[in-house]
Write a protein that binds this ligand. Structure first.
Ligand SMILES: C[S@@+](CC[C@H](N)C(=O)[O-])C[C@H]1O[C@@H](n2cnc3c(N)ncnc32)[C@H](O)[C@@H]1O
Length: 188
């Protein structure tokens, strides 16, 4: 086990993608230094939250190492799957698409067009507050798969305030929180 300080992303960078790109370079450098600190290290294992294919840059960062390493992925359960399982709901409506997006995109672009089901991740700002709740239902989960797991669901107008209260209390209690939610437009 090798510990290293995870570089921080420059959140002040006005260009979000450039900020993330530079951040990934810095993380790759930290990995390279950590690996070099173990004489004779030949294999490295990295744990990720859920699955590295979904809103995770472990594989992008690994590709920046020189020489690029061979990588084997052991798939994990995504937070999307954990959320649907916790509520015992199907992810998509019959034959219909769904969108997975971030809190920032939900705030900036609103409910994604072309779908009635939207999953929101990476949302530290409870961005569902930016939507008109009429006709929307929400299924929310925090600390999914963990002892502290919390869930709430219902019409957004009613469940939204409950989620805000539960989220604030849990964050205060644990000092951190990771949560995800699914929004569905009710059939008209
Ligand atoms: C950097 S992304 C990682 C996603 C992960 N690769 C996956 O497969 O779910 C972090 C976001 O995933 C969601 N997340 C990951 N694990 C979670 C959990 N156990 N409970 C609730 N949300 C979780 C949250 O939306 C969090 O902001």
């Amino acid at each position: 086990m090798v510990e290293f300080a995870l570089p921080r992303r420059d959140a002040a960078n006005p260009d979000y993608c450039t900020g993330v790109d530079e951040w990934h370079d810095a993380i790759a450098l930290a990995w390279a230094q950590a690996i070099a600190s173990v004489p004779g290290a030949r294999r490295v294992a990295l744990l990720v939250w859920g699955d590295p294919a979904l809103y995770d840059s472990t594989l992008r960062i690994a590709a920046r190492l020189q020489p690029p390493p061979g990588v084997r992925v052991i798939p994990g359960i995504t937070a999307v799957q954990a959320l649907c399982a916790a509520h015992a709901i199907p992810l998509n409506e019959i034959g219909a698409p769904f969108t997975v997006t971030t809190g920032r995109r939900l705030r900036e672009d609103g409910f994604p067009p072309g779908t009635d089901t939207c999953i929101v991740m990476l949302d530290g700002e409870t961005s569902f507050r930016s939507l008109d709740p009429a006709g929307l239902e929400i299924w929310w989960g925090a600390y999914l798969g963990m002892e502290a797991e919390l869930t709430e669901c219902g019409p957004l107008a009613e469940a939204g305030p409950r989620i805000l209260a539960a989220r604030a209390a849990a964050r205060e209690q644990h000092g951190w929180i990771m949560d995800i939610y699914l929004l569905r437009r009710r059939a008209r």
